[in-house]
Design a protein around this ligand. Structure first.
Ligand code: SF4
Length: 234
């Protein structure tokens, strides 16, 4: 799709609620659309919305083999609560070996290049393979989350994966997220109550101090403009 078509979609759909937007695209793409869940608060909301519309809709998560135990527990309790089966996508060992070329895992802290190679092997390559099977994906991105996300739109053409990308919560505030979780009793990662507003892999995520940016705990040793794993290009 070109920029004009995407702009038109954004204008047309800007008044829809996230639920109505999701319903429209689930009906349009059926089994050719997937919700990518990182098991964070926003994606838990989307999981609740998607599964309330269609329990067989594709919801998947990337298991980098470096997640917190609390994140694995979120998968179990979410499957149980909504009677769904979140697909767990794992990386291939050969891609991890290629990324590290014999270096130890801790080399991810030595340079952005090393860290991104790990993200590429554990996240980007598996995601790319999986997204090759669908025509559209849904994400829980919000503009407010980071300086790298302020220009993102409700609907985008994802040039990296060559499919449509739908971000139903793009304009939501953090307050709206937590109000929805409370109102609908959405299961969430217990680490959110322990100072982790954004949760990724255990070695690359720390708790944040009150008042810090919500993504300050992700790849905290890097400059803010580099703090993405390659799944969402600017
Ligand atoms: S977030 Fe950290 S552990 Fe996870 S894939 Fe990226 S570099 Fe590797």
């Amino acid at each position: 799709m070109d920029k004009q078509e995407i702009d038109k979609l954004n204008q047309e759909f800007s008044y829809l609620t996230p639920q109505d937007l999701i319903q429209f695209f689930l009906q349009k793409y059926k089994n050719r659309i997937a919700l990518a869940s990182n098991l964070g608060a926003e994606d838990q909301i989307l999981t609740q919305m998607v599964s309330s519309l269609d329990q067989t809709a594709i919801i998947f998560t990337l298991d980098t083999h470096k997640l917190f135990n609390e994140s694995y527990r979120v998968i179990e309790k979410t499957n149980k609560k909504y009677n769904i089966q979140i697909k767990v996508i794992a990386p291939e060992q050969k891609d991890i070996d290629n990324a590290f070329e014999g270096r130890p895992f801790t080399s991810i802290y030595d340079s952005i290049e090393n860290r991104k190679k790990c993200c590429n092997a554990r996240k980007v390559i598996p995601l790319k393979k999986f997204l090759g099977t669908v025509d559209a994906w849904i994400t829980g991105l919000r503009k407010e989350q980071s300086v790298t996300r302020t220009n993102m739109q409700l609907i985008e053409w994802d040039e990296e994966f060559n499919i449509l990308k739908i971000n139903p919560l793009i304009n939501w505030t953090e307050k709206q997220v937590w109000q929805y979780i409370k109102d609908y009793d959405v299961p969430y990662n217990e680490l959110h109550d322990k100072g982790y507003p954004s949760i990724g892999c255990q070695p690359c995520t720390r708790a944040v101090e009150p008042g810090e940016d919500v993504r300050a705990g992700r790849w905290w040793w890097e400059n803010p403009e580099y703090r993405e794993c390659g799944l969402h290009k600017k």
